[in-house]
Design a protein around this ligand. Sequence first.
Ligand code: NAG
Ligand code: NAG
Length: 317
Amino acid sequence: MHFSTITALLSAASLATSTPITRRAATVDELVGYAAGTTGGGSGSGTTVSSCSELTAAAKNGGVIKVKGNLKGCGIVKLVSNTSVLGVGSDAGIEEGGFKIRKIENVIVRNLKFTKSPEGMDLIDIDAATNVWIDHNDFSNVGITGDKDFYDGLLDAKHGADSLTFSWNKFHDHWKASLIGHSDSNASEDKGKLRVTYHHNHWTNVNSRLPSIRFGTAHIYSSCYEDNGVSGINSRMGAQVLVEASDFKGTKRAIVTDLDSKEEGFAVEKDNLFDGASKPEITQQGSLEVPYKYTIDAAEGICAIVKKSAGVGVVTF
Ligand SMILES: *[C@@H]1O[C@H](CO)[C@@H](O)[C@H](O)[C@H]1NC(C)=O
Ligand SMILES: *[C@@H]1O[C@H](CO)[C@@H](O)[C@H](O)[C@H]1NC(C)=O
């Protein structure tokens, strides 16, 4: 039996007794999707860092880097190929800093709370890099307030970045969450690249870009969207987006293909839930079929699942 069938049966059974559904079919500690095969710094015990200077030094060598505590004011730290940055316990974080993942490959970032990027910068910026897995993190700035562009994105990818999986993260309290493809003029670099899987993420109180994608391919499933006032998933410049088994509450223009680029995007939506304030506005039906196996959790109950099992302190190191 296909996994999604099993989940559908479980959901139906739970609905019948009207108990909240929190049963999860997907594994919480597994790399699935376009970044499959990413190994980061491997399985060694690595280096534990508890200050910005230790982090910056360790980042130059790569391998496994374990972050202990909340490191404040590190600025943007450049990572190298074959690196895993892993938060220790449930209170590791990067505040007033962020990571640049540029022109490298094979990077993993897990279990870290990111907040307040340096002015005009992203918390995580993936630029011309491949095989990146961003899992079980918490991304926020200070809310939908102040200068829209003071902080840039929470998690952005551009310049032909490829083979990315962003799973079990919480994105909240900011203007712009996740931008895939930075410019309508970048077809030459971005077409055929920018393939991203987003699953089991929680998006709340964000203005827009949940994500926004140009040219590339995004598979978004089993995710929870709550109270996002302006727009949700924005497919543009011929991007192909497949959105399934997600719950959209209070998210205006929940899936939109003609928002603000010179060319529209494509989307397929299936098995999603939309409340009265959340509507898909799909002008071009897409055709995305993904080449990998994955396990769906149904839209009914997905918000309870990701609130409990996404973010930090779930998979710990
Ligand atoms: C990353 O690791 C792979 C496999 O061990 C190796 O072939 C490659 O050269 C490494 N890349 C860098 C930049 O160290
Ligand atoms: C798009 O990509 C090309 C390289 O293919 C680069 O030279 C150009 O500056 C990029 N355009 C923008 C607007 O970033």
